[in-house]
Write a protein of this length. Structure first.
Lengths: 447, 447
């Protein structure tokens, strides 16, 4: 049997390694259009922060290792252009301009996501950068090294935008962030969102919401980012307004699509074609709280779904629960964490959400070094089910969210959550963990 | 209706405040033999570390506040000596030597735990200290202030002993720890336990296992701790070999007892006498993994069970799940966390335990500042149920354990745990959280 995998990043290479381990006799071909495979994309902002680190540090395993040690037939510089699902064949072009074509018995699409680049004037100028592939990171790093960059504009205010703001600031670059919508972090509760904004202010990052960029122009000494009522000069512009699934390839195939034009897969990573699987950022997932399809491109899901696809392809049944939407990030000294649904998402999914945000301390009463922690919980008034949480603090926010994610997978009610035997020691927590306090406070709104 | 509460620390005062809120008309009398109520006992080692902090910083709420703001009839300096359960009456003696006696409709026993002091020669000398009550903390602090203390011996190697080792070291005192058994931390997996021992070594704390102290003598310049084959000179000896439930008071009453002579309570904190409740460190609890009774005196359970007793007494049904045995502590730069059962406990409870310990990194591939993390998971071979975990690292160990505790409450299998949508961002975790890696590795031993 031949398994062809398109894409050799997190999902594709997880799948390839796993499939090879499960069935050493399997004929596996992996086709990757770039030259980079298996690297920590999420580490790029932190790598860019340090001029002395090589971007290559982020490579987890080189193509060579996959080929030589694992015996995988991995072909980089191979771009697949056509999937012929009736003939079970793919074809494309390699780095030398030669065409290639292969038959497959099973096909795994792991093409990932691509950054959104609006077709606006000047958005294709050479100083306007996206950050998705390792090549993007390489390009930004090289640019910062060779150009004299004192000012940057970041378009967008998502995770990557925020991480890049910190990264560029740490290199002494003046940073302005802009976005068209007025709400700073729209999915976040407003108190917490205001604290993040304050954190950016205190590090002299300019945050300009309600600014819709119309075009970017080359000017003397760099670039000018032009909105209706504002202009920003810079030598580099980071375009971080989001990504979309790299699903163009399947449009001709007629595979069923999910949210945001992602490739729809079942709990075994099967698409609507019985011979084609999809995994990673190009595919959708079930949300463990709503049971509905969502498209939330995140690294753990990419790895896990690649693995799962390989298991199912090689005859080891693997059924994935789905995602809880757990996400964490760092903004200077702040840790931000979320999982599950916020109030708006809960309403959209048909729940009757109630929420409560509390402010607690990260450490025990009178313990030195204690910092404030904000924790918000959302539950369903009708069933008492826990729906989601957000946590913000300078310490202890990130790993605490995992307990909420676990509770969401287990479909716990707020009352059950409030009973959990959580860790306590004075340097790490108050006796009543902030999450337990939030749960108890929210219970009052339900009963 | 009159509710009498014996003991005014975590469980007693949680119960009193809660009962008053639930039913402002309730006649509540709280009798406390010491003068201290509602303080952070667990904070004492950290407070003792800093000569400039007052021990009174640890008081969460003074007796005065309870009396004046909450209108509670709290009587400190009142020691209860007799419970007459047939006459529903208690009696005792107050700080002035006057006897008192009250009738009750409901009685809550919240007498806590008392440190174990073996009746060995010299264990009652004035430089030999235990650390349980605020008075104990006050005494140690005063002693360190007024005496010239350069050397300390700690008898015992539990949480308090380890925290006191760090505390005294930070004050420049030479510390030797001794215990009779050979295994350093017997409940911990040996690799992790060896790392903690190394951490103590690297901070010049002497760790002497297999040393059974026979007596303590006064010598020129302080105390001599004498074992069969060893002697240690010191000016202070901390006796931290454990605590036992303060349940002497109920022996005459004939209440049913649980493990370690704790007072046996049901899920509503009711003892075997229908008019008597017990909560906090004097009472037992159900273990959420085994369903069996355990005695694990910890602060969260004390607060929670006091609260629950108050609810049940005032007619609001509250049924507690029990404890998972979650415990965390700090040893110099190490964070240590556990929850659920270890291998030995799992065997005793009738499971067929399999375990796996993995070594991972606290941060993503190539992220600066990454440190090693050890995570051990225990599961039942027959059912695949998760039974427990232990985590050790310099960062991120403590709050991660809460996710395992949540999974134990939810009675998850290892396979379900391995599916959890955990947080990932390069500064905080690898893509596959160490707990997920441990779960996957352990699954191989089961399937």
């Amino acid at each position: 049997m031949r398994l062809v995998i398109i894409g050799a990043d997190a999902a594709g290479m997880s799948a390839a390694s796993r499939a090879k381990r499960n069935d050493p006799e399997l004929d596996i071909r992996i086709l990757e259009k770039t030259e980079d495979v298996s690297y920590s994309a999420c580490g790029m902002p932190y790598n860019i922060a340090d001029p002395d680190r090589l971007i290559e540090d982020l490579v987890v395993r080189h193509a060579k290792v996959f080929k030589e040690s694992q015996g995988l037939d991995l072909r980089t510089g191979h771009r697949v252009d056509i999937i012929d699902s009736s003939g079970k064949k793919i074809s494309g072009i390699d780095r030398r301009g030669n065409t290639f074509s292969f038959n497959y018995d099973k096909l795994l699409i792991a093409t990932g996501a691509v950054p959104i680049r609006p077709p606006l004037p000047g958005f294709d100028l050479s100083g306007v950068m996206v950050l998705k592939s390792l090549d993007d990171g390489r390009r930004i790093k090289e640019y910062l090294k060779t150009q004299s960059v004192t000012k940057a504009v970041i378009i967008g205010m998502g995770y990557i935008a925020l991480e890049m703001a910190e990264s560029l600031k740490s290199r002494g670059i003046e940073v302005s962030m802009v976005k068209p919508r007025l709400r700073f972090i729209p999915w976040m509760n407003e108190t917490m969102s205001a604290h993040i904004r304050k954190e950016l202010d205190s590090h002299d990052v300019g945050v300009h919401t309600g600014v819709e960029v119309e075009r970017i122009e080359e000017v003397e000494g760099g670039l000018r980012v032009i909105a209706k009522d504002a202009e920003f000069d810079a030598q580099i512009v980071i375009l971080a307004i989001g990504v979309r699934p790299a699903s163009n390839l399947v449009k001709e195939v007629g595979l069923e699509l999910g949210p945001s034009q992602s490739i729809s897969v079942d709990r075994k990573m099967r698409t609507s074609d019985p011979h084609i699987y999809a995994a990673g950022d190009c595919a959708d997932a079930y949300h463990v709280v709503t049971g509905q399809k969502v498209w939330i491109p995140l690294a753990l899901r990419a790895n896990r779904s690649g693995w799962s696809a390989a298991d199912n392809i090689t005859g080891r049944e693997s059924i994935l629960d789905g995602v809880a939407g757990t996400a964490v990030f760092k903004v200077f000294d702040l840790q931000v964490a979320r999982t599950g649904l916020n109030v708006e998402e809960a309403k959209e999914a048909g729940f009757e959400p109630v929420e409560r945000m509390i402010r607690a301390s990260t450490r025990a009463h009178a313990h030195p070094g204690s910092a404030p922690m904000w924790a918000q919980m959302v539950a369903d008034r009708k069933t008492g089910s826990l729906l989601g949480a957000q946590i913000l603090s300078t310490e202890g926010a990130v790993h605490r969210i995992n307990a909420v994610a676990t509770a969401l997978h287990a479909k716990m009610t707020l009352t059950q959550f409030a009973q959990l035997d959580f860790a306590y020691a004075p340097p790490f927590s108050p006796v009543w963990d902030p999450l337990l306090v939030a749960a108890h406070q929210l219970m009052k709104k339900i009963s």
